[in-house]
Write a protein that binds this ligand. Structure first.
Ligand SMILES: *Cc1c(COP(=O)(O)O)cnc(C)c1O
Length: 404
């Protein structure tokens, strides 16, 4: 290889040539990573401020997670659920205990966890609550992001994600996020669940007004409706607590988990709920070939053990305060607003200055990788192993981008 020749442009072209264009990635080609840092094919280093949309909460290649994966690869990788394997019980028990729930149902992707939640809630509605046959409805929020399946995009309010995928699955009622009266009014005798994100990540890290979560909890309890918290992005340490619901002392009936549950190594998702809810499923009624496979369980168990120490939640809370302090200082200096909790922030860049895409590209040239979400909003979600110095570095690069 000719040393002076950059490999990046060719590698970017190759990557685009053979794939559907369902993403618009930044023009960077990553070759390796460790902790909070990525290295591209030309040896340039970048601070990861996206962390795989929070799938990499513990950083890239956390030694304990990589060790667990290696050890399991050498012993057993897949059995299907037709047989029981020796990693299954520990994972399910330790995750159930972390969630404070009776039972766990492991799946693979976040969307599958959400689909599982929807199916279980409907079955619970018919079999336990006694709703009108075929008429179960689920209340969801405007601006939601719960995944990409045909049923899930049926109740998306993002036209980009939804258009031309109909006919759409019926049985969902969309209400404004953060509006308790609207949510209460949408509930009727056939409502089986409220499905919501305690903080809306894709929408730009939208934190609902104080009191909203407890209000939703109370309405659900009074009206005998299941509260399904999609903590796929907000959970597992991201906001400074294990679950974002904890900030307002809310316990949902069902946690939907994914992303960081796989430690950035394998896709692992799960639903956690008590026996009177998850117990409605009988053999043959739901499943997944790869759900709860030995490799997923080995890594997932180690993830749960990392979280059980509380260290990552603490880091997120403490370092998050530093991140938010630094970001607040930029409001009025190129930033219009900052939202978020812990090591999770949504920044609205003054659209008169640049789009979110332009800001992401400029940050990239300064060694910081982040991604725009809607228009001029950027989301920052660095791995929870990031240090104070690295946060200051990211803030300095952002300040430079906003003023250059
Ligand atoms: C990413 C995400 C999903 C979907 O997860 P996939 O693994 O991409 O299917 C669902 N809900 C939320 C809140 C998410 O952030």
């Amino acid at each position: 290889m000719i040393k002076d020749e950059l490999r990046t442009p060719g590698a970017v072209r190759d990557a685009q040539r053979w794939t559907a264009h369902n993403y618009h990635p930044l023009p960077v080609v990553i070759a390796s990573a460790e902790g909070a840092w990525l290295t591209d094919v030309d040896g340039r280093r970048y601070l990861d401020c996206l962390a795989g949309y929070s799938a990499l909460n513990f950083g890239h290649r956390h030694p304990k997670l990589v060790d667990a994966a290696h050890a399991q690869l050498d012993r057993l990788t897949l059995t299907s659920r037709a047989f029981i394997h020796d990693q299954f019980a520990d994972f399910c028990r330790e995750l159930a205990q972390l969630c404070g729930k009776d039972l766990v149902l492991p799946m693979n992707t976040g969307a599958e966890a959400v689909e599982t939640g929807i199916k279980v809630a409907r079955k619970w509605g018919y079999q336990v609550k006694g709703v009108t046959p075929g008429q179960a409805n689920i209340v969801v929020a405007e601006g939601n992001f719960h995944g990409r399946t045909t049923t899930i995009v049926s109740f998306s309010t993002d036209e980009e994600a939804r258009a031309d995928y109909g006919p759409y699955t019926p049985g969902f009622r969309v209400v404004p996020y953060g509006d308790l009266d609207a949510l209460t009014a949408a509930i009727d005798g056939d409502t089986v669940a409220v499905l919501f994100e305690p903080i809306q990540g894709e929408q730009g890290v939208i934190v609902p007004p104080a009191g909203y979560l407890p209000g939703v909890r109370q309405v659900c309890t009074t009206r005998n409706v299941l509260l399904l918290a999609d903590e796929i992005q907000s959970g597992l340490g991201r906001t400074g607590t294990t679950f974002a619901c904890e900030h307002e002392d809310v316990v949902p009936d069902m946690y939907l988990l994914g992303k960081a549950l796989g430690g950035g190594i394998v896709p692992v998702s799960a639903v956690a709920a008590d026996a009177e809810v998850l117990g409605v499923l009988k053999p043959g009624e739901h499943g997944s070939t790869f759900g709860g496979n030995p490799l997923a369980c080995a890594v997932g168990t180690e993830v749960v053990r990392l979280l059980a120490t509380g260290e990552f939640q603490r880091r997120s809370a403490e370092l998050g305060a530093r991140l938010h302090g630094g970001l607040q200082a930029l409001v009025g200096k190129g930033l219009l607003a900052v939202r978020g909790r812990g090591l999770w922030a949504g920044l609205d860049i003054d659209p008169a200055l640049m789009t979110g895409r332009e800001a992401s590209e400029r940050l990239m040239t300064r060694g910081v990788l982040a991604k725009d979400t809607h228009g001029s909003t950027i989301r920052l979600a660095p791995p929870l192993v990031i240090t104070e110095e690295e946060i200051d570095y990211a803030l300095a690069q952002l300040a430079a981008v906003l003023t250059e």
